[in-house]
Design a protein around this ligand. Structure first.
Ligand code: HXC
Length: 517
């Protein structure tokens, strides 16, 4: 039996409607603005001809406010699965050209289906957000749709990587779907993400602000911390997502794409010896240490513009994928503050969920002192780092480059917080407090009555430094695996990682812990 020409023509007509989406005029306008359409984004993202669309002909059932006469191809969202560098990845791409990419019952159902499929098949999901939010004409059905999307985001958290791209409006409660995903990439132009926009803010509070100030990419990447990557445009955003995926496993039951070198490169790198400035007050540039230790050009920074006093990101070490958490002494002297703690804890938790080994590079004078920090809840935020490190049972290796003081020493993963191996450079300083702070407490009375308090203070500080501004007390008490020359760091960490990569560490059975969120 052959299929009749009418039926084939009907298929072609349906396909044409779906391909056309919002029409040529709207597409032209987008191109003039330097933006891609929802379908062009999908084509740009996937390997050629690998995209399998799902539910292309789905249509809304709404009747109110003229909806019964409104044709909306694909109900304003394209969903399906394609290949990125040969690996399947699920996607939803909201189509602003179809009624503002708004979310109604069927639109939400398509997104939830794609996410459910991703969860069942163990493949990452990428969501491209470009939408006016809940479709007003569908009332509570639209809100129900969002509830389903959020719940599915939460169900998939820690099961498959979830990456959101904000490439247009993402307003109101809609912003919670990206926030519930693992990483958020946002384009510099044409994208805004907020719970309440400038109009509502003005009406309720009288405050004047621009959409950029309240929800632009730059603000979210550097101030609110809601965005991990800022992209120049749509194409750049998709390039960032692809690069990110190249470090991740497809799901929580598979290993990350490790490709360990057969023969581990053990060559010393003298550049690392030169990284420590002779003046103890001159900060180490942690970025230089990262470049010298990890495989050349492999470092991919996450959250680069937020809480710059801590650096997080992915890299490869002799081919093995790792997550790096590193203090940056060039910013706020490398102290840990509220934002740094939030940034690091979330990253550690992500790596743990997806079996990505963690390497902590430590040079931290302590938590940032100050009224704003205490009132802002540094205790509650800082504890997230302790919690994240100790719950993580992936391979964890710590290298102390210079300072490791007080609670911050633990918040960067000391041996007793759960690090498998802890190395230190000979210039490491591991103690409760720095010399000045410590002697003012311990010798307060003696210094008050000393004939020459300054000279006596210098004398005691010197004695304190000999004892504590060194790695040896920690080494003697079994807290260090070894003290190593900086130049051997790459070799030592590579061997340590290779030896630890098969780690399996069971945890006591419980429903879940109760992290101080
Ligand atoms: C229905 C909507 C819509 C909405 C936009 N449209 N938003 N339709 N429901 N929420 C339609 C417009 O009528 C128009 O249809 C098309 O989308 C394009 O919109 P324009 O306004 O012409 O585009 P533009 O000037 O670029 O402005 C885009 C915009 C603006 C900034 C997104 O449309 C806007 O402010 N929309 C409302 C945003 C909002 O407040 N959403 C609700 C958020 S609360 P035609 O047919 O002319 O092409 C929310 C709740 C989630 O989402 C709850 C979760 C718990």
């Amino acid at each position: 039996m052959t299929i009749s020409q009418e039926r084939m023509a009907a298929l072609e007509a349906r396909r044409a409607e779906v391909r056309d989406l919002g029409g040529e005029a709207k597409a032209r306008k987008r191109h003039e603005e330097g933006r891609l359409t929802a379908r062009e984004r999908i084509d740009a993202f996937f390997d050629a001809d690998t995209f399998q669309e799902m539910g292309a002909y789905a249509h809304h059932h709404a009747k109110e406010f003229g909806m019964d006469k409104k044709r909306m191809p694909g109900d304003g969202v394209i969903t399906g699965v394609g290949h990125v560098d040969g690996q399947p990845v699920a996607i939803f791409s909201q189509d602003f050209m179809v009624s503002g990419g708004t979310l109604g019952e069927v639109h939400a159902g398509k997104i939830v289906d794609a996410m459910t499929y991703a969860g069942h098949c163990g493949i990452p999901i990428v969501g491209i957000n470009d939408s006016g939010g809940a479709r007003i004409q569908e009332g509570v059905d639209a809100l129900t749709g969002y509830s389903r999307v959020f719940r599915q985001n939460i169900m998939l958290s820690g099961v498959v990587p979830q990456i959101a791209v904000i490439a247009g409006p993402c307003a109101g409660g809609a912003a919670y779907s990206p926030a519930l995903m693992d990483f958020v990439v946002m384009t510099k132009k044409h994208a805004q993400m907020f719970i309440t926009g400038p109009e509502v803010i003005r009406a309720v509070t009288g405050q004047q602000c621009t959409p950029e100030e309240v929800g632009g990419a730059q603000m979210h990447a550097s101030v609110s911390g809601n965005v991990h990557f800022v992209a120049e445009d749509d194409a750049d955003a998709l390039r960032i997502v692809k690069k990110l995926l190249s470090y991740l496993p497809p799901n929580n039951l598979q290993e990350p794409p490790h490709a360990p070198s057969q023969a581990i490169d053990l060559t010393p790198n003298p550049a690392l010896d030169a990284i420590v400035p002779s003046d103890p007050k001159t900060p180490i540039d942690m970025r230089k240490a990262i470049e010298a230790i990890f495989d050349s050009g492999s470092f991919f920074e996450v959250h680069a513009l937020f809480a710059k006093n801590i650096i997080v990101g992915f890299a490869r070490l002799n081919g093995m994928v790792v997550g790096i958490v590193a203090n940056q002494p060039m910013v706020k002297a490398g102290t840990l503050d509220i934002d740094a703690a939030d940034k690091a804890a979330r990253f550690i938790q992500f790596c743990d969920a997806f079996h990505i080994p963690l390497i902590s590079l430590v040079d931290v004078p302590g938590f940032l002192p100050g009224l704003a920090q205490e009132r802002g809840g540094i205790i509650r935020h800082g504890s997230k780092m302790l919690f994240a490190w100790s719950t993580a049972n992936v391979p964890k290796i710590t290298l102390i480059l210079r300072k490791a003081y007080g609670g911050a020493y633990m918040a960067m993963d000391s041996k007793e917080m759960g690090a498998d191996l802890v190395f230190a450079w000979p210039c490491a300083e591991i103690a409760v407090l720095g010399a000045e702070g410590a002697i003012n407490i311990l010798f307060k009375n003696e210094l008050k009555t000393a004939a020459d308090p300054k000279a006596r203070a210098a004398e005691i500080a010197d004695e304190y430094r000999q004892k504590f501004a060194a790695p040896w007390q920690a080494a003697e008490s079994g807290q260090l695996t070894d003290v190593i020359e900086p130049s051997r760091s790459r070799a030592v960490l590579s061997l340590a990682l290779r030896n630890t990569i098969t780690k399996r560490e069971a945890r006591p059975a419980k429903k879940h812990g109760n992290i101080a969120l």
